[in-house]
Design a protein around this ligand. Structure first.
Ligand code: FES
Length: 118
């Protein structure tokens, strides 16, 4: 039997305007909150923009978010087979998507990670 985590993710252009959107994510022990957010992007909603760089190495310090009211790193905070509320930090502003001028990513205040030039 598969367990699930229920992630209530803040979507909006500012802390004052937006809503919590609920995603049910497959849970496996040892997964991080960042793993859950990346699963949402890959499987459910590619418009969810999240900021991270090193993926679970806790080296880049880019993935700081608010989980159930506490400021944490998404990559080191364990996902739980229950409900968690995820919000961007209040001092983080929405950033525009590359190639879309000043328009923020749809329905999100998570910052968009810039693509690296290769
Ligand atoms: S993803 Fe780099 S510190 Fe969390």
């Amino acid at each position: 039997m598969t367990d699930f985590a229920t992630l209530k993710v803040w979507r909006g252009s500012s802390p004052d305007s937006g809503h919590l959107e609920i995603f049910v994510v497959p849970f496996e022990p040892g997964q991080s909150v960042l793993d859950g957010l990346r699963w949402i992007r890959a499987a459910k909603d590619p418009t969810l923009a999240i900021r991270f760089s090193c993926i679970n190495a806790n080296a880049c310090k880019e993935c700081m978010i608010e989980v159930d009211g506490k400021t944490v790193y998404a990559c080191t905070t364990r996902l739980i087979p229950g409900e968690m509320t995820l919000k961007p930090l209040p001092n983080k502003r929405a950033r525009s998507r590359p190639g879309h001028g000043d328009r923020p990513a749809r329905g999100t205040v998570w910052r968009v990670r810039r693509a690296r030039k290769s």
